[in-house]
Every structure is written in structure tokens, then in C-alpha cells.
Design a protein around this ligand. Structure first.
Ligand code: CP
Ligand code: NVA
Length: 308
């Protein structure tokens, strides 16, 4: 069994096979009724616990649908309704859940919760987002890029905005998949330098450029995310907006890149804040494919975790 905790903690060959398997599973859907998907039902008789300590639309629905399409069953649990939220340790929760279910997906705040869950669970644990990373999202994003533009290795990816958890997983992916990654944003919101260093050590070219127009020159992909993440204090909202406004992805910024530069956003988006509707709904935006591919990428991740 394998845990899927982070992209930089997963071996390159496994990451490639997950993307290839996701693309293959998606391809098999063509022209077939939904009930007939994945006829070998690799998760038949398996029970998967989906634990959410933060809100979610895409992660919740795509994991739930993905498990069911592969013949398994799910239990969606909210952290606050469990003893987890009332003092039972993560380790004890992990030991108990492992006696009931075959796999655990958890969305939580502190990364240490995910790590403790993985250390003490005897079934695979999947990271459904922490304050520090969001690997399932970036697996879907790499898949989406490759569907539209072919291999991502050697391409130029630009992140405009807050160097947050989603940005961190992009940095992890830059190292593993071998693409150039440019961060453009205010110095106060730089990504974690540890992750920049990791990606550089793996040979990825990582650039930090304060001027968004310079940053996007020659970009194959521009990415935006919310200016206030779920783990950020609401009291910091105005300060963050003021710092991040120059990094909004609008048509002028897209025009400073290339005519075929793709646009991605993990969603949920705040229209006219980090991105304009003109870009979100424009011809270069692949945001709905990205959202769909959460389903396919996570099905491949779950199969890899269980070895099915
Ligand atoms: N992109 C993403 O993880 O969305 P949700 O918060 O809706 O799950
Ligand atoms: N950075 C965002 C991503 C949401 C999917 C957050 O953590 O709230």
C-alpha cells in the first residue's frame, strides 16, 4: 500500500504512471454510460473514509463519485462531528479507522495531522489539502496541461498571486516533472523557500519576479488562486487584497504572454478579484477541464495507493 501525501514525497515513476492511468481511464469513458465505467471495478467491496475539517465542493464530490465509479463505497465525515474534533488523538483515530475502512482521504489544517494519520494508519492515507499543500489538485492540473499541450517537461508555468498551499504543490511538481516555474507576487507572500530549494535541487528552473508583466513573458500556463485561503485570518483580508491587486490575472496580463497561453485556477474563484471573468470564461481558460480531471486523477491516485 502507498500513502499519497505530497508530490515531492512520491516517486517520479509513480507520478507519471498515475497521470497516464488517469488519462487512460478518462478516455475509456467516451461514449459509454456512466454506470458501465471501469468495468473491472478496482474498488469493489472497499470502503473509503473522506474526512473534511475544511469546506469543499470539488474534492468532496470528485472523491465520492470516483470511489463509486470504481465499485467502492464512501463515508463522508466532518472533522467537527468526530471525536477527532473533541480531543481524541489523531494517532488513535487513525488506528481505529484502519479497522473499519480500506483508505482515508483527509482535508485538514496543519500538515502534522495528515502526517500523524499516515504514521498510525495501516491503510493508505491521501492528502485532500492542508495549509501547506494540495497535491491531488496539481496532479489534475498537470494532466489537464498535458491533454491540451503535450508533455509539461521544459514548459514555462507562471503563478501570479499568493505563494500558498496550491503554489507549493506546483513547486513540488516542477521538481518532479521538470518544468520551469515562475512565481510573481509580493515579497511578503513568497512561497516557502524550502520548496523553492527542493525544486531547484531536482534541476527545475525556479524564478521569482516581482513584475507580473515581465514574469509572464513566454509563459505556457498562467495560474491564479484565491487571495485569502481557508487557513488565512479573515482580518488579513484587506491587507492581502491591497498587496495582491497588482497580480490579478486579467486580459492585459494574458496578452503579455503568448496567444495560446493557458489559464488555470483550482477554484473556487473570486471573479474580478484574483482573475477577471473575461479570462476565466475566455478561450485560453481550461478551468472546467481542471475541475473534471480531479475525478480522473484521483481515481488513478486511489488505485495506486491500493495497488488495484
Ligand atoms: N479545488 C478544490 O480543492 O476545491 P474544493 O475546495 O471545492 O474541494
Ligand atoms: N488556496 C486555497 C485552495 C482552495 C482549494 C485554500 O487553501 O483555501
Amino acid at each position: 500500500m502507498n500513502h499519497f501525501l505530497d508530490i515531492h514525497k512520491t516517486d517520479k515513476t509513480a507520478l507519471r504512471s498515475i497521470i497516464d492511468s488517469a488519462i487512460a481511464m478518462k478516455g475509456r469513458r467516451d461514449g459509454r454510460p456512466r454506470a458501465a465505467l471501469d468495468d473491472e471495478l478496482p474498488l469493489k467491496d472497499r470502503m473509503v473514509a473522506l474526512i473534511f475539517e475544511k469546506p469543499s465542493t470539488r474534492t468532496r464530490v470528485s472523491f465520492d463519485v470516483g470511489v463509486r465509479q470504481m465499485g467502492g463505497q464512501t463515508m463522508v465525515l466532518s472533522g467537527s462531528d468526530m471525536q477527532l474534533g473533541h480531543g481524541e488523538t489523531i494517532a488513535d483515530t487513525a488506528r481505529v479507522l484502519s479497522r473499519y475502512v480500506d483508505m482515508i482521504m483527509i482535508r485538514t489544517f496543519d500538515e502534522s495531522v495528515l502526517e500523524e494519520m499516515a504514521e498510525f494508519a495501516t491503510v493508505p492515507v491521501i492528502n485532500g489539502l492542508t495549509d501547506r499543500s494540495h497535491p491531488c489538485q496539481i496532479m489534475a492540473d498537470v494532466m489537464t496541461f498535458e491533454e491540451h499541450r503535450g508533455p509539461i517537461a521544459g514548459k514555462k508555468v507562471v503563478w501570479s498571486g499568493d505563494g500558498n498551499n496550491v503554489c507549493a504543490s506546483w513547486l513540488h511538481a516542477a521538481g518532479r516533472f521538470g518544468f520551469d516555474f515562475t512565481f510573481t507576487g509580493p515579497v511578503q507572500l513568497d512561497p516557502e523557500m524550502e520548496f523553492v530549494g527542493l525544486a531547484r535541487n531536482e534541476g527545475a528552473r525556479i524564478t521569482i519576479e516581482r513584475d507580473p508583466v515581465k514574469a509572464v513573458a513566454g509563459a505556457d500556463l498562467i495560474i491564479a488562486d484565491t487571495w485569502v485561503s481557508m487557513h488565512d485570518a479573515q482580518s488579513a483580508r484587506e491587507r492581502r487584497h491591497n498587496m495582491l491587486r497588482p497580480y490579478q490575472v486579467n486580459q492585459a496580463l494574458m496578452d503579455a504572454a503568448k496567444p495560446d497561453t493557458l489559464f488555470m485556477h483550482c477554484l473556487p474563484a473570486h471573479r474580478e478579484e484574483e482573475v477577471t471573468s473575461e479570462v476565466m470564461d475566455g478561450p485560453n481558460s481550461v478551468i472546467w477541464d481542471e475541475a473534471e480531471n480531479r475525478l480522473h486523477a484521483q481515481k488513478a491516485i486511489m488505485r495506486w495507493c491500493l495497488g488495484t
